[in-house]
Write a protein that binds this ligand. Sequence first.
Ligand SMILES: Cc1cc2nc3c(=O)[nH]c(=O)nc-3n(C[C@H](O)[C@H](O)[C@H](O)COP(=O)(O)OP(=O)(O)OC[C@H]3O[C@@H](n4cnc5c(N)ncnc54)[C@H](O)[C@@H]3O)c2cc1C
Length: 315
Amino acid sequence: MAQKFQSTFFGGLDVDFEHDAQIGAMTNFAIGGRADVLVTPHSTDALSQLMRRCHNSGTPVHILGKGQNLLVDDIGVEGVIIKLDAECFKTHTFRRNDQQNTLHAMAGADLATVLMDSTRRGFEGLSSMAGIPATIGGAVRMNAGGKYGKISDNLETVTCLFANGDLVTYLASELEFEYRTSSLPAPVVLSATFEVEEADPVEVRKRVKEIFKWKKTKQPLADASAGCAFKNPINASGERVSAGMLIDQTGLKGLTVGGASVSEHHANFIVTSPAATARHVIELMDEIQARVFDATGIQLHNEVIIWSKDEAASR
Ligand SMILES: Cc1cc2nc3c(=O)[nH]c(=O)nc-3n(C[C@H](O)[C@H](O)[C@H](O)COP(=O)(O)OP(=O)(O)OC[C@H]3O[C@@H](n4cnc5c(N)ncnc54)[C@H](O)[C@@H]3O)c2cc1C
């Protein structure tokens, strides 16, 4: 498989590629297996050609952001993993206008870096993202957010790349952004624009700091995890309830499988020790789902995305 990619697949494309890449180590869990090949395109044109080549050959493609919501199974993942790590995919710019100020960010840009720069310049719009580790592309794809808001709140446009290499820009109002999900019709988010408002930089910094402080008290930010393991489910009365609360009430804080445990700090976080494997995390998640269902009748669904060569394990 790897040789097939090497000899013919990337010929003439302006990309770097690495066979048998240890992508599990690139996630925040820092565990799990390898990918057949990890590809870093050097331009939008190279990315577009690569997508077309994968599409025409039926090769599976995954886009790796910052790996903060991701678990790679120990047996690895098939196909081409694309990382938008070249400088051209990491830029962001602000445009001041009488009517509206706009932030344009490429998908590989680090959300925290963009937020820090916005704050320094006195632009309000992304403060609610304080403490959420992500690339712009990963945050848009997941509609990242929390108590203070979600990334789609200020989203103006999203430029997507289709499997056939076509680029299309959508108004955010043409798409659906719901709780931790988006209806993006294409596999790749290439860039996004956000409406931002001019504000006092001191006030923006204060708000960012407050939100970050709140997150730090509520979540084990320094531990190896992928953030919340499960989405907050809807209960029988149609209300969204906290998955962490259900897991806590079921008495599962501290529950451990191998090197993976339910965090004592926040029950919806699975945290790992260096001895953990991806299978420990998957088994622990299965156990939590079964026990919460037995105790409450509520089915928890993954927020963490699992990539695996085993179709049944991919979620
Ligand atoms: C400590 C901690 C705290 C967290 N707190 C929060 C929180 O408060 N709220 C919240 O919503 N999340 C939270 N998360 C989860 C995570 O930060 C978000 O889901 C984030 O959006 C993931 O972005 P990423 O770039 O790391 O994406 P990845 O984890 O790399 O990928 C996630 C998904 O997005 C896809 N993707 C990535 N980039 C692109 C792209 N350019 N185009 C198309 N698809 C793409 C991937 O294929 C994958 O399906 C937390 C995680 C951690 C570790």
